[in-house]
Structures are given as structure tokens and as C-alpha cells.
Design a protein around this ligand. Structure first.
Ligand SMILES: C[S@@+](CC[C@H](N)C(=O)[O-])C[C@H]1O[C@@H](n2cnc3c(N)ncnc32)[C@H](O)[C@@H]1O
Length: 387
């Protein structure tokens, strides 16, 4: 038995998942605090250690200092041993991960007082979840990430036969130290967009009659590359045998993961660096694209304008830019909700022929059950072209 006051095991402390829709905020936070204390303990001792080093330890209550860092008794050592064993217990970790993942996915169903409280629950759960994907101890091995299998039903417009488009790719481990490596994961928008593309290629003008047999297609902010990898397989079945597909991103670790996904899938996709904030249009980006695609790439105020300017340089005279934006109506992403519409209003940069890009059509796409994070409420699909 472990001494009182220490965190409890996930299996004995977490409320059953079926009770989520009836849980009060207090119960949720208490469960999350327990998990936080168990799996994210480094912060307390590091914080105290750092304050000791900086001579600020007297600001802390005496009891907190004693229990966390300063005077380690035999009881403390026993407790730490028991806690280390509990932390290393694979079954308990898997149980906690499943509980947290379900909580985040079903956050909308929680009967909480307001959206701020919901956001705090999701943030706290995500924080604890992230601690499982990083090496807590420097001696520990890096988390290898996750291999995911996707399958989409391609329905060619002649409806001759339906074909499964299967893609296996690797979601890299998200590091808690680098908040810009979000492209190591496949986001809900890329999954929903891939599904829409396959369900109705004609809606996206993916036909030889529209694009010829050797179009150039460029993805912006490709992340794991799901959309490009799906296109690579799907186009062959649509009579487009010689497409050039270029998946771009700016983050070095994301680009490495993208390249290994291309190798894993044996796809004919090229990976290439492109930073929208400082774009360099060297080969292979020196020729224009017939189609641009981008999913979940608008999550800071400047993104929409940067993307518009890149698209103005990259899109060919008859080209179309499909942009699927994720709608996150609460919290810090609320501010970007209308930023795509705003970026294409007013003064837009012009191409050599004097035309500028504009939103030709916009459609709201519903969130799918079990796809995407709990803070996503749906998507906006923009068809952007020349005017
Ligand atoms: C939320 S992820 C979406 C990734 C992928 N499109 C998906 O839907 O799964 C955003 C992507 O945009 C990329 N990104 C962010 N800022 C960028 C920039 N300035 N230039 C190029 N890519 C950028 C990130 O590296 C990341 O891959």
C-alpha cells in the first residue's frame, strides 16, 4: 500500500468513461490533477530546484518544499520507489492514455459550466497526454510515435467500381519542448479532406478531362503528407498517370517525417521545404501548379495572408486552390476564424496578368464523429481561384 497523499493509480481513480456525460467539472479536474501529479511530476521538483538555485525558495510554503525536493526522508524514498513502479506500469499508462484520448475526443459532451472550463479540461488532458509521448527522463528512450493505417473509398465519377485507397503513415512523437512541430501528427482536416476527395473526385475537378494526364499539384503545410499520399494513389485510378505531386512544409523534423512517409508508402511524391513567411521559389517550386491543396494551416492571424501570397506566386492561370480550414471556436484560435475571408477581401497582390486570387466558393463541412480533436467544431472548405 502506498502512503496517503500520493497520487492514485489510473485504474483505481479515473471515473468510468461511460460516466463522462454526467461528470461535474470538479470531478474531472480532480481526476486530471491526480494524473498530472503522477505522470508530470518533474515540474514540481524542477521548479523548486530552480527556485532554490535562484534563492527564491522562501516564497514557497514550507510543507511543499519539504515534500518535493529539500529534505528527503526514508518514507519519501519508499514513496518515490512506489510511484516510479506505478509510472512504469504499462497497463496503468495505457489505461490513462485511453481515458485521456476519449475525454479529449468527447469534450463537447461534457456538461461543463462554460466553454472556458471545457478548454481548460482539454488543455490539461492534452498536457498530461503529451507527457506520454516525450522522454520524461533523459536516459529514457524516445517515444517512436505511431504508425497509422488510413483507408478511403474512391468513387470514380463514372462510378464503374469503388476502389480502396489505403495509406500507411507515421505520426511522429509530439515533443513538449517544440510547439511548432504540430505537423508530426495527421490532423482531422487532412482525414476529412482525403475522404471528401475520394468520395467525390469530380467535385474537386480531379479528372483527366479537367487536368490532363500530367498536372502539377502542390500541398502547403503538408505535415505527415496524408493528402498528397492519398492523391498519389487516387489519381492513377482517375486516368491521371503522370502527375507531379509536391508536398511542402517548413519544419525540419516534419519534413524528415514526411520524407520517411513517402518512402514507407513508395509514393511518387516529392517533399520540399517551403516557408510561407519567407518563401523561396527555387526548383521544384519554380513552375506553377494546376492545383494547390492545404488542410488545417490557418491557426495564427498571419497564416491566411502568407498563404494567399504564396498561392498568388504558385498557382497557374487556370489553377484552383483548395483550402480546408479547421474551425476552433473557443480559446486562442477564435481570433483566426474569419481570417481567410478577410485576407481575400480588399487589396490582394496581383499576378503578372493583373488578376488576383479570390474565394470562389465556401462550404461548411461538419466534424466527423471520432475524427479530430475535441476543440474542433467543423471545417470551412474554400475553393480559391483567379478573378
Ligand atoms: C496543424 S498542422 C496540419 C498538417 C497537415 N496539413 C494536416 O492537416 O494534418 C499545420 C502544418 O503547417 C505547417 N506550417 C506552419 N507554419 C508554416 C509556415 N510558415 N510555412 C510552411 N508550413 C508551415 C506546420 O509545420 C504543419 O505541418
Amino acid at each position: 500500500m502506498r502512503p496517503a497523499g500520493l497520487p492514485l493509480s489510473p485504474t483505481s481513480s479515473l471515473p468510468p468513461l461511460r460516466s463522462l456525460p454526467t461528470l461535474a467539472g470538479k470531478q474531472l479536474f480532480s481526476a486530471l490533477d491526480n494524473l498530472h501529479e503522477l505522470y508530470c511530476p518533474v515540474s514540481l521538483s524542477r521548479a523548486i530546484k530552480s527556485q532554490l538555485e535562484h534563492g527564491k525558495v522562501h516564497d514557497l510554503p514550507v510543507q511543499q518544499v519539504d515534500s518535493g525536493y529539500v529534505s528527503e526522508t526514508e518514507d519519501d524514498i519508499d514513496s518515490e520507489g512506489a510511484l516510479d513502479a506505478l509510472r512504469a506500469d504499462d497497463f496503468e499508462r495505457s489505461y490513462a492514455i485511453r481515458w485521456l484520448t476519449t475525454l479529449i475526443a468527447r469534450a463537447e459532451e461534457l456538461p461543463l459550466d462554460d466553454e472556458d472550463e471545457r478548454e481548460r479540461v482539454v488543455d490539461k488532458a492534452s498536457y498530461v497526454l503529451a507527457s506520454f509521448t516525450k522522454a520524461v527522463d533523459e536516459d529514457e528512450e524516445e517515444d517512436p510515435g505511431l504508425t497509422r493505417d488510413f483507408s478511403f473509398m474512391l468513387t470514380p465519377s463514372d462510378a464503374s467500381e469503388k476502389i480502396n485507397i489505403d495509406v500507411r503513415l507515421h505520426d511522429g512523437p509530439h515533443t513538449s519542448t517544440d510547439h511548432t512541430d504540430v505537423g508530426l501528427q495527421s490532423w482531422g482536416a487532412s482525414i476529412v479532406f482525403s475522404d471528401l476527395l475520394c468520395a467525390s473526385p469530380a467535385r474537386f475537378e480531379l479528372a483527366q478531362s479537367a487536368l490532363g494526364s500530367s498536372p502539377r499539384i502542390i500541398e502547403l503545410g503538408a505535415g505527415t503528407g496524408l493528402v498528397s499520399l492519398v492523391l498519389d494513389k487516387a489519381l492513377l485510378h482517375l486516368g491521371i498517370s503522370d502527375a507531379t505531386l509536391i508536398a511542402t512544409d517548413y519544419h525540419p523534423a516534419v519534413l524528415d517525417n514526411l520524407k520517411s512517409n513517402i518512402t514507407l508508402t513508395r509514393a511518387g511524391v516529392k517533399a520540399c521545404a517551403l516557408d510561407w513567411s519567407n518563401p523561396i521559389f527555387d526548383a521544384p517550386l519554380d513552375s506553377s501548379a494546376d492545383v494547390l491543396v492545404a488542410t488545417d494551416v490557418v491557426y495564427a492571424l498571419e497564416h491566411a495572408v502568407w498563404l494567399r501570397d504564396c498561392a498568388t506566386r504558385l498557382l497557374g492561370p487556370k489553377g484552383v486552390f483548395w483550402l480546408m480550414m479547421t474551425v476552433r471556436p473557443n480559446g486562442r484560435f477564435e481570433a483566426v476564424i474569419d481570417s481567410v475571408e478577410t485576407a481575400f477581401q480588399g487589396t490582394c497582390p496581383k499576378a503578372a496578368d493583373g488578376r488576383h486570387l479570390t474565394i470562389l466558393a465556401k462550404e461548411n463541412i461538419e466534424k466527423r464523429q471520432g475524427v479530430g480533436r475535441g476543440d474542433e467544431s467543423g471545417y470551412k472548405l474554400f475553393r480559391i481561384g483567379w478573378a
